[in-house]
Design a protein around this ligand. Sequence first.
Ligand SMILES: CC(C)(COP(=O)(O)OP(=O)(O)OC[C@H]1O[C@@H](n2cnc3c(N)ncnc32)[C@H](O)[C@@H]1OP(=O)(O)O)[C@@H](O)C(=O)NCCC(=O)NCCS
Length: 233
Amino acid sequence: MDVKPIPGLEHLPYAEVWFHEVDDERWREASAKARELGKPGLEVWTTDRTPEVAEFFVERGYEEVRRYVISELDVAAAPDLGAPAFEVVTLGERPELASSLYQIARESYPDQPGRSETSIGPAEVWRSWGLEPHEPDAYFVALDGNEVAGYGFLALEDGVWTHGFTAVARARRGRGVAGAIKRAQIDWARQNGVSALRTATEVRLTQMRSLNRDFGFLPLFEEIVLRGTAASP
Ligand SMILES: CC(C)(COP(=O)(O)OP(=O)(O)OC[C@H]1O[C@@H](n2cnc3c(N)ncnc32)[C@H](O)[C@@H]1OP(=O)(O)O)[C@@H](O)C(=O)NCCC(=O)NCCS
């Protein structure tokens, strides 16, 4: 059982843990590991494929704090949604743009629904997990004239190409930047023989859910995140 501080939310009094099945013994084990980390609470991840897990924690006073729709696109079947509203390039083509992304990352991570306490740390720390591990040819940057408007990368996770974080500068939101990035990502998948793309979308991101629907992403299941007090020893 992997119980750890929440990435980006290490200062919160919760430890993160996944449950696909649960009973009092497993809950106590996770709680003991959380306390060893100095965390009196748990942030529990589960899915709606095992609804009894969420029910177990709700009965013990836990509250749902976030929920992600996991959906998948059959790339060959994706409709053409027209030209993107912004130019999109990759870091493979324009590596010098990487230095402009930190500021957008810094304001966008805490703007995700239910993650307002997120702090991504200094630029060099963010680069070590938010930039450098990712394939430059699958790291997309949207431009507004000469300025960087947003970014989004694709990552291979457990053999499935998945949309990583998408971030748009606060001042440029609501104008189709994320839509342009997604169009470029789907084009890239098509050109590189990627048959399916997966995405996780927090239920409160209505514009992204509607965009996913328009592109033909089909919901597979939902991930549920709950927070509550660790079991007493
Ligand atoms: C979520 C986020 C990336 C969206 O970026 P954005 O550039 O503002 O989004 P867009 O303007 O491209 O809107 C997305 C699409 O939804 C459409 N849309 C916008 N508002 C809509 C609404 N209320 N209902 C339905 N569709 C809507 C847009 O028209 C666009 O589609 P289009 O490209 O076909 O025109 C941005 O708000 C952000 O960076 N948030 C913080 C970080 C975050 O939450 N990231 C998501 C995690 S993966």
